[in-house]
Design a protein around this ligand. Sequence first.
Ligand SMILES: Cc1cc2nc3c(=O)[nH]c(=O)nc-3n(C[C@H](O)[C@H](O)[C@H](O)COP(=O)(O)OP(=O)(O)OC[C@H]3O[C@@H](n4cnc5c(N)ncnc54)[C@H](O)[C@@H]3O)c2cc1C
Length: 563
Amino acid sequence: MPGVLDARDRSTALRTLAAGPLDVLVIGGGITGAGAALDAVSRGLRVGLVEARDLAAGTSSRSSKLIHGGLRYLEQRDFKLVREALRERDLLVTKLAPHLVKPVPFLYPLYRKVVERPYVGAGLVIYDAMEGTKRPVPYHRHLTARGALRRAPALRPERLAGAMVYYDAQVDDARHTLTVARTAVAHGATVVTRASATSLLRSADGTQVTGARVLDEETGRSFDVTASRVVVCAGVWSDLVYSRNGIQAGYEVRMSKGVHIVVPRTAIEAETGLILRTEKSVLFFIPWSDRWIVGTTDTDWSGDRAEPTATREDVDYILAAANRVLATPLTRTDVIGVYAGLRPLVAAAADTPTTKLSREHVVDVPLPGLASIAGGKFTTYRLMARDVIDAAVADLPRPVPDSVTDQLPLLGADGLPAVRAAAQRLAEDFQVPIAAVEHLLTRYGALAPEVLVPVRRDRSLARPLADGYPYLRAEVAYAVTHEAALHVEDVLARRIRLVIESPDAGVSVAPDVSAIMGALLGWSRRRRALEVRKYLAFAEAGAEALQSVAELPARAVSVPVPA
Ligand SMILES: Cc1cc2nc3c(=O)[nH]c(=O)nc-3n(C[C@H](O)[C@H](O)[C@H](O)COP(=O)(O)OP(=O)(O)OC[C@H]3O[C@@H](n4cnc5c(N)ncnc54)[C@H](O)[C@@H]3O)c2cc1C
């Protein structure tokens, strides 16, 4: 079946990679790598992708989850970036991923009427004008102070002079990345997770890159993948790929840490998202089902790339910035979850504050056969992918067609209106509540019925995974059979987002997840218990970051291991 990443077939995918030769081997399964694989395969090339951990395990599951033009880049006069990003946003909302990328209104409160309203208003006029007249989201609007308080009663009324409302879009970043990777697979790419490129292969005279040595992180076995072109999309790991292979990079990647907190929806009464100016940048309040994601910070980072941690200062900064405008201040006990991500910024001079660095991307071709890309933002991943593949294939002996991804809806987009219209019938056919079908539609689009198929033979899969959350047990099974989930962490951190949405990080359901996965993957009792223990260790590491913020509630990380 097209676009299936069945974890049970991983060894077949590994054999396909080893058999080679490929036209393009992509290193890295974040949004840039997944996009590059889709771009290359949809030009008729033979493509493989290796991801060292899980799809989106790096920055691409830890963003603000906005698909946006970037209002603040207007201030930096980065008009090209804003225009491109707005075009991409609209393409995703209307055509490529309407099931995943949803418009969201933001309210920008104004406190200095005379100075701010013309300034912000002019910015939003440009923002709207850049998008053009054919637009999937409404124009911005001016609000009085009373109008602002009607939409966001949580705001402190003192000094509030009015507000502007404008539209951007939001996405589940990890799910979007996975869907791009699956779409690449649907067009013929081979995608393997937990497979690291450990070194680059070279031609006998050492002048040309000819592939990569790949370590299967599950078995410890290594093998060679030969490819005419290797494309590095390794985000904040890019410089390691260069240095380990003795290659001089044309740019440096600088890591800038961004932290978000997650609080219950009830903690902030507002019917739109909020955006505030801060000293250094902006603070977003982003609606996330029945929660808010609030952030972010922007500080240099030189620690662990895989699991950057939030500090007490990060959380205090976000709370203080938020509380400047909230009538009822947020307290540390409101915080359900905290996550940190690393922006792969293309470095300028060493002493430049990271907030001033451009989010635009850089493509580098340091050696024949090798291309790499860094910088950019989630919103413009399709353009980044196009640019790095253009550079990689420029000197291939045979002509390669131009990128066509602007015409390729992602998996789950085709047929969406018909499946939406059939929601009631699907609920009856599969004997699940209509709310469950609606939930699946927002996550899998037209593929929602596929998630429900196993419910016919196992009714237990129709049950919710955790009380108070919309996720079904069937989604765990689907994560294994269609979404390449190999470990409990893959499911709880990225296929469904309990790691940030639940005060216990999903730890209490880890044994159930392990049991459902284990039944499909043939895990022994010992293996199931080990998987739960590994998830506890992962959640504890996150909990440590929370507990270092002294007054935050400790997460419950002690649960029974499955018998
Ligand atoms: C706090 C924060 C907020 C953000 N908010 C937004 C936003 O709202 N909107 C927006 O548009 N952008 C946003 N961004 C930017 C955006 O998230 C990133 O630009 C994007 O996710 C980077 O994707 P990537 O694929 O380049 O890197 P990554 O997602 O980090 O992917 C790189 C992958 O390469 C893998 N890898 C590394 N080395 C190897 C190897 N040797 N072999 C195999 N695999 C390897 C890693 O495991 C990793 O999965 C934000 C970023 C941050 C940090």
